[in-house]
Design a protein around this ligand. Sequence first.
Ligand code: ADP
Length: 245
Amino acid sequence: MTDNIVSIEDITVVFDGFKAVNGLSLNVRHNELRVVIGPNGAGKTTLLDIICGKTKPRQGRVMFKGTDLTRLEEHQIVRLGVARKFQTPSVYEDLSVRENFEVSLPEGRSVWGSLLFRRDATVAKRIAEVASWVFLDSVLRTKAKHLSHGQKQWLEIGMMLIQDPALLLLDEPVAGMSHKEREQTAELLKRIARGKSIVVIEHDMEFVRSIAHTVTVMHQGSVLCEGSIDEVQRNQRVIEVYLGA
Ligand code: ADP
């Protein structure tokens, strides 16, 4: 039995002859909050795309809870418990917060499913619980288009949580958030990571310091180094990459 929820084994991704990811290996443990940093073009987004099945590697494999994901379709990987959030929030603007949660329920994917489950008390309880986790319990009836940018980011995290995934992949979740919203998001991610694993791409080092268990630094499609935030910030090769030396 392994401690890892995800093992990325010697992955290479090639776009038009260019190796965007080059022999990358990475393990993420159960209940770990892993932050991935690195300069633009390092391959961070491609890494998340590989795990969720959006991008297929030329070489290597991705193991998730003992299952080889490498050849599976995106929708199959979602069903196994991997949820992905992109940088720009993607919510249903004309639906209320509650309705956004309802359509995100695994049962709510069909119109009939959503009508049936809307009246289910356990679903109502689940929505209330998730709404309170993501600080949206007071705006359940508000249409998503009237939420602040930060609230939309939270709504999307809530829409992931309602599906009860084992692994959340987040691409810059605090981009565009106020200082206070960043602090709340840090608390939220730490709370989520008590029962789930998270891989988050982030640039804001203050935020990284407030959440990271382990930081992975990527450069030119590979892992440059891994360790605590202090360890990676002291690493001479990391300093050189960030200073462009
Ligand atoms: P990061 O997220 O670290 O900024 P990306 O994973 O987005 O890096 O990109 C890694 C490299 O792969 C970059 O040089 C980028 O231009 C290239 N790349 C990413 N996606 C594609 C694509 N669909 N087609 C061609 N090149 C791509």
